[in-house]
Design a protein around this ligand. Structure first.
Ligand code: RB5
Length: 143
């Protein structure tokens, strides 16, 4: 799977952990668009870049990390065809895929511990979309 990942300064450490995990399991191609250090950076710039790439179909999935995950998910969801899910627990991660076919995962680097965050990431990547009655519903998301 082709994955694009990005963070602001507040999500930098967790973004690095996610990237290392993805590289370690080795089944995904990961493109990191920054931040590349902990210097302050505006999250919308990163979120728009990741969401635009997913919108264009250049990547199957995106991962965005800021302090809470809130600003990243708000920004990414302005893009057509993007369904960014802010997941802070495993159930939400699973349902975001089964029912919502989420294509971007937003994580809160100041909210989640690394262990839980990586489990959320794994569930997000491994869980398929259920389709069926959920397909017309996700089609209705677009305005
Ligand atoms: C940065 O201080 C913080 O506002 C940002 O990372 C994010 O949590 C916004 O939603």
């Amino acid at each position: 799977m082709n994955i694009i990942i990005g963070s602001d300064h507040a999500g930098y450490d967790l973004k690095e952990e996610c990237k290392s995990y993805l590289q370690k399991i080795g089944i995904h191609r990961v493109t990191d668009i920054g931040a590349f250090n902990r210097e302050s950076i505006d999250y919308p710039r990163i979120a728009h870049q990741v969401a635009a790439a997913v919108e264009k179909g250049e990547y199957e999935r995106g991962i965005l990390v800021c302090g809470t995950g809130i600003g990243m998910s708000m920004t990414a969801n302005r893009h057509a065809g993007v369904r960014a899910a802010l997941c802070l627990d495993l159930y939400s991660a699973r349902m975001s895929r089964l029912h919502n076919d989420a294509n971007i995962l937003a994580l809160g680097g100041r909210v989640l511990g690394v262990g839980l965050a990586l489990e959320i990431l794994e569930v997000f990547l491994k869980t398929p979309f259920e389709g069926g009655r959920h397909k017309p519903r996700i089609d209705q998301i677009e305005c």
